[in-house]
Every structure is written in C-alpha cells, then in structure tokens.
Design a protein around this ligand. Structure first.
Ligand code: ATP
Ligand code: MG
Length: 143
C-alpha cells in the first residue's frame, strides 16, 4: 500500500525570508492535509543525527550549521501517495534544476538553503514523524 504521510521541514532560510505562509499555501493547494505542525529548533546533535546519512559528504558540517541557525517549521502532511507527490511538489534538491512552479524553484536560495525537506520513503516518513510528533499532537484524516 502506498503511504499517506510525509514529513516536511521549512528550513531556516525560508523562515527568515517569511515564506512560511506562501509555502503552506502551496502545500494545501496541492491537496495535502496538515495533520501536525510546530516551530522547532534543532540542537546540533539532533541535526547531526537527522542528516547522519550525509556524514561523509563535504557539505555535512555546513548543512548542520545551517539547520541549527534558527527555527524551522516541521509538519506531518497527509495525502494518498504523500512521499512521492510531495517530492514532486518541492522539486529537485538543487533549485537551479528544479521545475518551474515547484517550492524549491520559487523559494530556495541555493542547493544547501533549499527551502524545504521532504521524506524520501514511507519508512523514513514514519521514523521522522515519530521523532517530531506524539500521538496527541496528530490530527490525522487517515488513522
Ligand atoms: P531533503 O533531505 O532536505 O528533503 P533531498 O532529499 O532533496 O533533500 P539530500 O540528498 O537528502 O536531498 O540532501 C539533504 C540536504 O543536504 C539537501 O536538502 C540540501 O540542504 C543539502 N545538500 C545536498 N546536496 C548538497 C550539496 N551538494 N551542497 C550543499 N548542500 C547540499
Ligand atoms: Mg533527503
């Protein structure tokens, strides 16, 4: 069965540029239900763990620095086929390669400061949503 949830993070650059509202408007217009949401600030350890898969990459230290530089919005989004559909809506990691109309094309500043995160699999969506949201903080249309 295709999953119905994904985890998004509106990253620090998009927060300081006051793009929370415009990004969430696109999320809703694309048919996603916001089932959980909050402002959150990563500790260094939390950011290092979240991006642990990239530990050996040259951009890792800079990425951790960026993700801890200010608050983020984290949200659990729901829709049929949520992971794949959300990654289509946000566009390529590098905004210069993202399609017109995608969130990263519209709101990203660079490949690092690329506005939003989206889960890359149903399994990771579950893990990421469990990290940020307790059951009593979720208002699901599916569960
Ligand atoms: P995300 O996991 O944030 O949804 P993604 O799955 O499109 O993005 P990943 O390959 O998982 O991309 O990279 C995680 C994040 O690391 C990117 O979103 C971006 O912020 C940063 N990043 C990836 N590649 C580079 C790079 N070459 N230079 C600088 N930062 C990068
Ligand atoms: Mg990723």
């Amino acid at each position: 069965m295709k999953g119905t949830k994904t985890l998004t993070i509106i990253k620090p650059g998009a927060i300081s540029n006051e793009y929370i509202g415009p990004i969430l408007a696109r999320v809703n217009s694309a048919g996603f239900h916001i089932a959980a949401m909050k402002l959150f600030k990563f500790t260094r350890t939390q950011a290092e763990n979240f991006y642990a898969i990239h530990r050996e990459r040259p951009f890792y230290a800079s990425l951790v620095e960026f993700m801890t530089s200010g608050p983020v919005v984290v949200a659990m989004l729901e829709k049929e086929n949520a992971v794949e559909d959300y990654r289509k809506l946000i566009g390529a990691t590098d905004p210069s390669k993202a399609e017109e109309g995608t969130i990263r094309k519209l709101y990203a500043e660079s490949i690092e400061r690329n506005a939003v995160h989206g889960s890359d699999s149903n399994e990771n969506a579950e893990i990421e949503c469990d990290f940020f949201f307790a059951k009593c903080e979720r208002f699901s249309n599916f569960e």
